[in-house]
Design a protein. Sequence first.
Lengths: 209, 491
Amino acid sequence: MDMKEIALEVINGKTKIVKALVQQALDEGIPAKTILEEGLLAGMAVVGEKFKNNEVFVPEVLISARAMTMGAAMLKEKLNESGETAKGKACIGTVQGDLHDIGKNLVKMMLESKGIEVIDLGTDVSPETFVQTAKEQNCQIICCSALLTTTMTVMGDVVKAAEAAGIRDSVKIMVGGAPVTEAFCKQIGADAYTSDAASAADLAVTFCQ
Amino acid sequence: MSVLTVFHNGNRREILFAPPQPLHEVLRSASIPADHPCGGKGRCGKCAVKLAGSTCPPTEAEITAGTRLSCQAVLTGDATAWLEHTSLTQIETNTHSLASVAPMAGAYGAAVDIGTTTIALALYRLSDGAVLASAAAENPQRTIAADVIGRMEAAMAGKLSLLQQLVLEKVQKLLSSACVDAGIEESAVESLVITGNTTMLYLLTGKGPESLSHAPFKADCLFGFEITILGKRAYLPPCMDAFVGADITCAVLASAMTENPQPSLLCDIGTNGELVLWKEGVLSVTSTAAGPAFEGAGISCGCGSIPGAIDRVWLEDNQVCCHTIEESPAVGLYGSGLIDAVSTLLKTVDIDETGVMDDDLLLAENVVLMPKDIRAVQLAKAAIAAGIQTLLESTDTKENQLSDFYICGGFGTHLNLQSAANIGLFPHTFIQKARVLGNAALAGAAMLLLDTGLRAKAQQLADAAVQLNLGGNPKFNENYITQILFPEEGF
């Protein structure tokens, strides 16, 4: 079976067909790693590229991401058995005082589509929770999201908390959300800002290498 | 001292200032209007001016554009600035005479609505409820930031007293001009009712808005009392919560929706969309952040409701046609024209239901609609549409149960209902039920001015309102994602 078929259905966002194809591929004895990388993730990579080029928008990305996530869930056991590990690990959340999570969820799925394990801390997340999770779970990346100019300043506190906890050198802090800018990222001493979820995922991959 | 020479709207002015000083501060000191939509962060580029003379070095982007951002440029000595022609926004003050039942004190009184974008005032004779004059202006706080969050941020960064001073001065000015028009002494005006969204009332009264600025968004003051403003008795009607303010309490009062035995929905479409559902004796309220796309910000050729703004777009013999405010040469695209344009392009399939538009569309000379503008419209309309959907679902209300759909606010008044339904701002079935109220907040404030007995009613409405929080609400998120797409059918 051609992995391109799975990739195509991920692009089309057809969850049911993706699940059926993944099952068929497993039955044919194709390694889980191959199905994941050449099928599911390859499809999602195309969607990410289209998103960056303004050819598709948030709903299509989310629909494809859901299909990919469902397919990947079927592979989890096999991947664990064969000792496959994720490319890297990140924790993500919307900062304290802010409840908006659509953008955060999108970044989470794009990161997962690049083979990164993501711990979702939800919304209204304190700097301490970000740092403690990163420390205990050995995350290489902390991702902070905010939609309000009045709450994005908390991102600066996350950077400070990471310094205070002595993990600043071992973790990359990525920031994003509508009011966030490159200049703001530099000002608070975070590592990276990207303007869209697909670019965030590309950059996260380089941080995990 | 140095001199800044300013060319603006055909005038030449010289302003003395002590360098170094940021350009926007010098302009504000001379009361020259210059909007800073992004709060002076140098991000939106809407405050660009031509500038020559002694200044800090320009950035690369500024060199490329040949203009300077007035929020960023610092004057270090004598300089000259050429500002874009600014025109006054058209503001709704559609108030009419009312019955005087139990008026506030004095011979005359004024109702005032402080909106984030505009301020409107109507002057009444309290003995018989006759409206004598009205006046309106842009909210001068716009020179600090465009939206409530930006204003809150500025207030918390030490500009609270400046924001308060700006709005007080403007209300005073509007009152004076209305008194002149009516031919009465200003001292004969003893009473005011001042309504507005919660943030506007905080800034008016000089209260720090910290409690409104972050989760759990619990206002520490919801007003509903009298204080002294500009030496007059001023009643500030009660707010419902941090994001559904006294303006909505007043609009509900003016709509008389709670007298309606059938379920009905009230909607104020703006940067923040406020939604109120009345059903079986319960008032459910929510607010949804549409962003400023409908007011022109974030749209490449977007503008407010000024002369020359394209306010209508339609199809005639397969040609896209435009109408501009006052039929002046086109200068930009207003929200109602933007919605018409998107509706038209959906019809001609130049935009597909996922929002893809392949090429820029020239609407008029110098006014172009770009693919990224469509994306901004999708996000804005999804916020309103998903807000409506979530409010209906959470109160177990079906579309067809609603008897009336009240639309208030300046933007809603100019909206073409058919186009709005075509892009999916609200369901098509709402068109028949629509009641366009104009500035209902101002009308409600006038009712409170002429009948103090209504204060108990207003307080009861505000106290009993049930809030639905949409931020982080999973149901809202799901609806929002679906509503980003345009409706597939419906033409």
